[in-house]
Design a protein around this ligand. Structure first.
Ligand code: FEO
Length: 172
């Protein structure tokens, strides 16, 4: 059975994962309308993954005898200055998600809820992967700078990454 403070923290995480999904959906849509097809495929895929992260939490809360709360969400940003600005926003958001996950783990340890702590390790590993990926993308965008040809090729790379991410997620 979940105690109240852990249930509250997990429901807050449900909201954060749902808002991540909406945020990346907004980024995908912006990319699509700005001719960045690869980036939009990558971000649609990322948005789907965040929804999966949210669902996994909802099911865990309910299975442990708690009540998952499905939150209302606020409007995410709709405009970005460019792909670099967009991925910097994504990185900042992911760092906040990681902080939140680490706080839940701290709480689990202080409340001696080792089942939830064990469950949350999946999110720790996922964050490690996502942060590394976002960092690589930002490094590449820094190298490309204002080179339109470089950006075109990188957009195609993002398309390939989106396909690989989908295959890796399907295999999990
Ligand atoms: Fe599920 Fe990227 O946070």
């Amino acid at each position: 059975m979940l105690n109240n403070s852990i249930q509250k923290a997990l429901n807050k995480q449900v909201e954060l994962e749902a808002s991540s999904s909406q945020f990346y959906l907004s980024m995908a849509s912006w990319s699509e309308t700005n001719g960045l097809t690869g980036a939009s495929n990558f971000l649609y895929q990322h948005s789907d993954e965040e929804r999966f992260h949210m669902l996994k939490l909802v099911k865990f809360i309910n299975e442990r005898g708690g009540t998952a709360l499905i939150p209302a969400l606020s409007q995410p940003p709709v405009n970005f200055k460019g792909l670099k600005d967009l991925f910097e926003n994504l990185m900042e958001h992911e760092l906040n998600v990681t902080d939140s996950i680490n706080n839940i783990i701290d709480l689990c340890l202080s409340e001696k809820d080792y089942t939830t702590q064990n469950f949350m390790q999946w999110y720790v590993a996922e964050q490690l992967e996502e942060e590394a990926l976002a960092r690589t993308i930002i490094d590449k965008l820094n190298m490309i700078g204002n080179d339109k040809g470089g950006l075109y090729l990188f957009d195609r790379d993002l398309d390939t990454m989106a396909t690989e991410m989908k295959q890796a997620e399907d295999a999990k």
